[in-house]
Design a protein around this ligand. Structure first.
Ligand code: 7RM
Length: 635
């Protein structure tokens, strides 16, 4: 029996039990079976929840790009590694073979070195979904530089915050990007950000839209001529198992974004293993994940997981609505996609359009469908199952987080019977617990509670960059000896898990994790705003949308409320990005507060959800009288 590929449901249960009984043996066999190591580990896992400290495969030496590229060259060198589908369907798709990928990553790695990047240096990557994005990530990993990809939809302020937090030395960007019918001037966003980023020495600029941009003397360089000149082989830096691989920022419930730190060996083993099993990837499959590489889904399941399995992975530059709402289905037909992995928000948006967009395409190549990012509602699940999967393809509803590095709960396709809205069972090696309000584990089935993980797993984030204390407080302080996810979940009568949503102040909008605090900070920057509170409310396309309660300063001046709303959203767009704009803004006289001055979001959330009959006890509030007014004027 191969440990690496689970082939029957019976085997899954056996392996799961083994992974609990003897986690070290379980992971050791997987690490032995599938990967190339320059030196094997001394110890599979060492951990201490109280510090907290987690080490996987200590003593091992490796380079993740050898596993993702070099070893495939001899056996599948001409196979397409990355299949690039451009924004414009008339532009030809690009097939980058494993051999070609090796050459391009090596050249890029040599450019990084020539520009003074060394092992351990942080490199910020702010690129659209073009091959250079995946290649620059791999080039960093080749030489041991730590990549920090910032989603290219983020604003200059958000970019600057992330560059400064990790003191990156270099930014890799492009002249601009295509997004449907629009072009976006990425380089000027970078220029604006860099006005407040003293650590940046060099900016490498890829040409994508061929716009007229300015290069700052001594700082900015076109990428293409440097690549042209670079040598096409680059000896990989031999890394320790726990050397940092990348930082990826995710928003928290307070203040600044958290730079989740992922390390090398454990991340590689776990993303490769889960990719193989969750998508049941076979040698001639063409796998497509529609996420942007700027999110963890793209890191783990467009780049590292697929390439560590020698897969063909599609990179799509465009959007689902361009040139029309049939684009996803057209691409599936065109490239004979076998695994398709997308977000519930995209499914809901496409389900609103005419079914002909789907039905006019041949989707018979599909074998497995996946979803990620937020709970998928019953209706969207059925639409996906009926119209895309034609009731033949299993849907893997995959639950995981930036912090977990890889998929934690998911059906195994063709093995685990699926159930709409359920992520079903933990993957082998993942020991879940549901915890009640008092901090006690809830055993048995048909229960719900806060979702925790009580044993370490290889791809867990090891720290928050520059703030280990915050890592400890956020994830390991709620309950002893376990990782707290921030999500609530229920376990049904057969032990299947269903994620019920966040229990903290993070709201998932269109699959993006947004912390309310940083958005409130932006709103409060408006000169007319005194205070604000933001909650989520259900939205049929985005899953959740944002509802802002705003108290205005008393200036005696009459302001047009619609103009104020626009201005507030403009500030949010500048500070965070358009994704965080408020759908509804209600101007209120006061916010319900506890005696210690904490805003009672629970009440505001209920009002936004229009659940007015059951507001709970408001008598403990400092100012119970404001509640009635807020209800009267709710939007
Ligand atoms: C991969 C990713 C993490 C949060 C997580 C959940 C929510 C993700 C699902 C889900 C229900 C799912 N990373 N979430 N997947 N909720 N079912 N299948 O999304 O860091 O950006 O977000 O997303 O609340 O805690 S993330």
């Amino acid at each position: 029996m191969s440990n690496y590929h689970v082939k029957t449901l019976e085997e899954y249960f056996q392996l799961y039990r083994k992974s609990v009984r003897n986690p070290e043996l379980f992971w050791e066999e997987i690490a032995e079976e599938h990967f190339v190591w320059r030196k094997k580990w001394d110890k599979v896992v060492e951990y201490d929840f109280s510090k907290p400290e987690f080490k996987w495969f200590e003593g091992a030496k490796l380079n993740i790009t050898e596993n993702c590229i070099d070893r495939h060259i001899h056996i599948r060198g001409d196979k397409t590694a990355i299949l690039f589908e451009p924004n414009n369907p008339d532009e030809e798709a690009e097939h980058i073979s494993y051999k070609e990928l090796h050459k391009r990553v090596c050249k890029f790695a040599n450019v990084l070195k020539e520009q003074g990047i060394k092992k351990g240096d942080r490199v910020c990557i702010y690129l659209p979904m073009i091959p250079e994005l995946a290649i620059s990530i791999l080039a960093c990993a080749r030489i041991g530089a730590v990549h920090s990809v910032v989603f290219a939809g983020f604003s200059s302020t958000a970019l600057a915050t992330r560059i400064n937090d990790c003191e990156a030395k270099m930014v890799i960007t492009s002249d601009g990007s295509y997004r449907g019918a629009k072009t976006i001037d990425l380089k000027s966003i970078v220029d604006e950000a860099l006005e407040s980023c003293p650590s940046i020495e060099t900016v490498l600029v890829a040409k994508r839209i061929h716009s007229d941009i300015e290069l700052k003397e001594g700082r900015d360089k076109w990428l293409a001529p440097l690549l042209e000149e670079a040598y096409q082989d680059c000896v990989p830096e031999i890394m320790d198992a726990e050397d940092p691989l990348f930082i990826l920022y995710t928003s928290g419930s307070t203040g600044s974004p958290k730079g989740m730190l992922h390390t090398t060996a454990g991340y590689m083993v776990y993303t490769a293993y889960t990719f193989k099993n969750v998508f049941n990837y076979k040698e001639n499959d063409v796998y497509w994940c529609t996420a942007d590489i700027g999110w963890i889904t793209g890191h783990s399941y467009i780049v590292y997981g697929p390439l560590a399995n020698g897969a063909t992975t599609v990179m799509f530059e465009g959007v689902p609505s361009y040139p029309d709402f049939g684009r996803f289905w057209e691409v599936i037909e065109k490239h004979k996609i076998t695994q398709f992995y997308t977000a519930p928000t995209a499914i809901r948006a496409l389900a609103k359009e005419n079914l002909d967009f789907v039905d006019s395409h041949d989707l018979s190549s599909l074998k497995v469908l996946g979803t990620v990012g937020e709970p998928i509602n019953e209706e969207a699940w059925h639409w996906y199952n009926d119209n895309v999967g034609k009731k033949k393809n299993p849907i893997v509803d995959t639950w995981w987080q930036t912090e977990t590095g890889g998929i934690m709960i998911s059906p195994l396709p063709y093995l685990t019977p699926t159930k709409p809205t359920y992520a079903t069972l933990p993957l082998p090696g993942i020991q879940l617990a549901l915890i009640d309000e008092k901090g006690k584990e809830i055993k048995g089935n048909q229960v719900d509670g806060r979702l925790c993980v009580k044993y370490p797993w290889p791809s867990m984030a090891r720290s928050i960059w520059g703030n280990h204390q915050r890592y400890k407080e956020t994830y390991f302080s709620a309950y002893d000896n376990m990782y707290f996810t921030g999500d609530g979940a229920l376990r049904d009568e057969v032990g299947y898990y269903r994620i019920t949503g966040r229990v903290d102040d993070v709201i998932i909008v269109s699959g993006h994790n947004l912390g309310t605090a940083p958005i409130e900070d932006s709103v409060n920057e408006h000169p007319a705003v005194a205070e604000s509170a933001i909650v989520g409310f259900p939205h049929d396309v985005k899953g959740n949308a944002l509802y802002g309660y705003v108290i205005l300063k008393e200036t005696g001046e009459e302001r047009n409320q619609d103009n104020l709303r626009k201005e507030i959203n403009q500030i949010i767009t500048e500070h965070i990005g358009p994704i965080a704009k408020l759908d509804k803004i209600q101007f209120v006289e006061g916010l319900p507060k506890t005696r210690s001055g904490k805003i009672m979001r629970r009440i505001l959330r209920k009002i936004a959800h229009n659940e007015l009959s059951n507001l709970g006890d408001v008598s403990t509030l400092l100012n119970p009288e404001v509640v009635e007014n807020i209800i009267k004027e709710r939007l």
